[in-house]
Write a protein that binds this ligand. Sequence first.
Ligand code: KAL
Length: 257
Amino acid sequence: MNIYPSLEGKTYVVMGVINQRSIAWGIARALDAAGASLAFTYVGERFKAPLEKLGQELSRPASYYTCDVTSDEEIEQVFQTIHADHGQISGIAHSIAFADKEALRGEFSSVTREQFTQALDISAFSLTAVVKAAKDFFTEDASVITLTYLGGEKMVPNYNVMGVAKAALDASVRYLAAEYGKQGVRVNAISAGPVRTVSAKGVGDFNSILESIEERAPLHRNVTTEQIGQSGLFLLSQMSSGVTGEILHVDSGFHIL
Ligand code: KAL
């Protein structure tokens, strides 16, 4: 029995690639290696050309769509267009988060109402908006993943309002899994260990965060976007057909400590 998933002829939507270090890019590469056709969404015109250039590394031509997840209209429009171009959608990788950088340092309670609302809108509500917009376009066995972080389960210094957003995202995964399970669609999250992505830029002591993983995590090493991509492929393919509502920690085991 060949249990390696072939995704040939299937379309997956990947949201949140900004450069070659993006976790979403690790997921895209794993999907591509398994034969999938990819539709990428990006947030602004300035991100389009670099993404298209990156996409040339893939085995087959991908398509590219602009989508600002703060707009319900844009989300609805993009899924209608992707459906028109590609037919039914076998899965979505949602790898999108944002918080005002002023809210990502200092005391948690210094967060303003606007910063709080924006972080939760982009980083948590967007998953529900995306799943809703794709509802009629999913295959019968479609799978959705999002990216979360330990800071939504435990207090992690400086993660602040993003921790609250990830807690809301994790809960959204469970409620969406329950609801969309009725149509066979699975919804899961990967809780990735720290990776030096654009999101991690400007984080003062990021090196010491990476070092403490090497010192303390069961596997004594940091995770790579390739490892996260492989776990993403598992969750997005039929290899995980019995799994939904799950938060899979791809973090060298750090979360057990
Ligand atoms: C405890 C950790 C240390 C870092 C603290 C906060 C990290 C928050 C992640 C959040 C998504 C980052 C931002 O929103 C950055 C934003 O304010 C400025 N950047 C941008 O505007 C760029 C241009 C855009 C493209 O970036 C985004 N994201 O929109 C957490 C570490 C150990 C793990 C991380 C980095 C977790 C995570 O959630 O990414």
